[in-house]
Ligand binder design. Structure first.
Ligand SMILES: [Zn+2]
Length: 266
């Protein structure tokens, strides 16, 4: 494997980008697909959605493109019928319990806050509480930060996370930019940097690395590809003149394998 795209949406790529699998195979990429679904109307649909991710990852892996997945409720995929409940329904916790034992399931994600509604906070906290008691030590938690009001919401989200300290070593805060890196780094979290139009450019990554060269081992680079492949990410995998090869391998592959406890067979 040349790189592990540590955050993408394989179910959507598979649906919207006919060449996606061929492209990842040719470039020797693997991936981690994070849960995000624009069509879920009821929490009762989640178990089948996660089963689908599991089958997809199995199938891609068998076809030579190693793929893993995270299960969870994304702040933009909160179904109406979960909002009035007092806790996570058993349909959800049973499914989480089942998937978390699957070797291809690397943990929870993507969880987080998008616009900061009380509902988002509640669902975020419920999943963190579930993780505090049920997440095996080798599994991880992937946290989303939004594009809009990035600094304000990241700040808010980090305050919520203060209530779940035992989980901190297992959390990655994703879509971090030069404007939020200080906050995330200051709290000691792993950080994801998404190379995509509208998110970060390779220059943003280099800016962070210049400022914090010692943090190269705590940064994972990804594409967050969903309805489209992210060209900036794919181009960066091909060409990254500003980096020593060893640094590139660390950022593109090694950190992700180590953080997510993946045994690489290649
Ligand atoms: Zn995503």
């Amino acid at each position: 494997m040349r790189a592990l795209d540590s955050h993408c949406h394989a179910d959507m790529l598979f649906r919207f980008v006919p060449d996606f699998l061929r492209e990842y195979r040719e470039k020797a990429l693997g991936g981690i697909t994070w849960s995000y679904n624009e069509e879920i109307l009821s929490f009762r649909q989640y178990p089948a959605y996660w089963d689908g991710l599991s089958s997809l990852c199995n199938r891609f892996t068998e076809e030579g493109v190693p793929f893993f997945y995270l299960v969870g409720i994304h702040p933009r995929s909160i179904p109406e019928d979960i909002i009035g409940l007092k806790k996570l329904p058993s349909e959800i916790t049973d499914a989480l319990t089942k998937h978390i034992e699957n070797p291809l399931c690397l943990g929870l994600g993507e969880l987080g806050i998008d616009v900061n509604t009380p509902e988002e906070e509640r669902i975020f906290r419920w999943q963190l509480e579930w993780a505090e008691t049920n997440l095996p030590k080798r599994k991880r938690v992937g946290v989303h930060t939004p594009r809009q009001n990035k600094e304000r919401i990241t700040e808010k989200l980090l305050r919520f996370l203060e209530d779940y300290e035992p989980l901190h070593p297992f959390i990655i805060i994703d879509h971090v930019t030069p404007t939020t890196y200080d906050m995330v780094y200051g709290e000691g979290y792993m950080a994801g940097i998404t190379l995509q139009k509208g998110k970060s450019a390779p220059q943003d990554l280099y800016k962070i690395l210049e400022q914090y060269p010692q943090r190269v081992k705590a940064i994972l680079v990804n594409s967050d590809g969903a309805k489209d492949l992210s060209q900036p990410y794919l181009e960066w995998v091909e060409r990254h003149e500003k980096l020593e090869e060893e640094q590139f391998v660390t950022l593109a592959l090694k950190n992700a394998l180590e953080f997510f406890n993946i045994q690489s067979s290649e």
